[in-house]
Design a protein around this ligand. Sequence first.
Ligand SMILES: [Mn+2]
Length: 375
Amino acid sequence: MARIRCLHLADLHLGWTPRAIGGREEERRQERDGLLKRAVDFAMAHDSGIQMVIIAGDLFETHRPEAGLVDTVLQELSRLEKAGIPVLTVPGNHDEVTYYDSVYRQRRGEWPGILVTNPMPALVRTINLGDTPCHIYSMAYTGGLTQANEPLRKFLHTQEDGIHLGVFHGSLDWDAGERSLPLSSQALAEAGYDYIALGHIHQYREKAVGDVLMLYPGAVEGKTFSDPGEGFFTVVDIGDGFPVINKIPAQVRSYRQIKVDVTGMESELELEEEIIKKADHEAMVEIRLLGAFSFLPNLTDLVGRVKNQFYHVEIKDDTEFFNMETLKLRAAEPTIQGYFLRRMLNRLEKAEDEKERKTIYLALAKGISAFAKGE
Ligand SMILES: [Mn+2]
């Protein structure tokens, strides 16, 4: 049996707008929405060898994206079709097909390629890629029609020659621990497909059950520091044995988390210099401050002074503020400062929530700095 080469995409979440990033929200949205064009350009490049493009759900952030964006997406998908590269679109949970105003219902008549709308697993279409018949099994979760109170187990497999491909947007055996279409990995493995293209989990993940490979390509472009994107396209060669995966670097905005330990730093200026050493004008960067401060920083002002060194920067304060062991030793001293520290540490212990703790910390910091200046 011949092999076929697919570009496996999922979770593009086009139309997503970042929250406040210093006025660059719209610029970043447009840049991010350009991912589909980059994917199509990649698939159409002469040396890519891509014969089919799979979009395994959550192409859009919502079921009702802006018309302008939808027009652009339809143009990109039709570029593939015109180039003789079939494209398969499966609705996800963000862009659910359930609603009457779902983009997939409203624009169904003009959707390039294959648009999946059947609510339960079925053979959607058989297409010929070169001389190889390719049988596609898929479904679109539809509220009220999809029966998914427990993981789906019934997956059809015809006895026809060719490559059999399962494409689903959901979580295997509820392993995501969240509301989504549950799929039984055991049943999927028993269906005997040559490859199972999944979507929903934003991190790249492979799971082999027996000799069946189930794969989440992850989101290529990131959204946030906790959903940073994988930065590569997943290309799969299917048929004639176990699938072969190739991860091809994509042009994306990188999200980086950088840890900075403030312990031992003398001043805010020293911290600022340390942050500037990490300058990256192209990246979204989250600086995580760790350790214990020996000065009282103004992080809002600090962000203002270093922001030009990054595409976007956020500073997250995960410090312990002061080294508690040192404070406890000093609290034992028979001095006014010792008395002050004992009182404050006692209040800290009794604080009921994080907000109150922070307030007391700040009072503690002010007190210590006042003692240090001899006030
Ligand atoms: Mn998603």
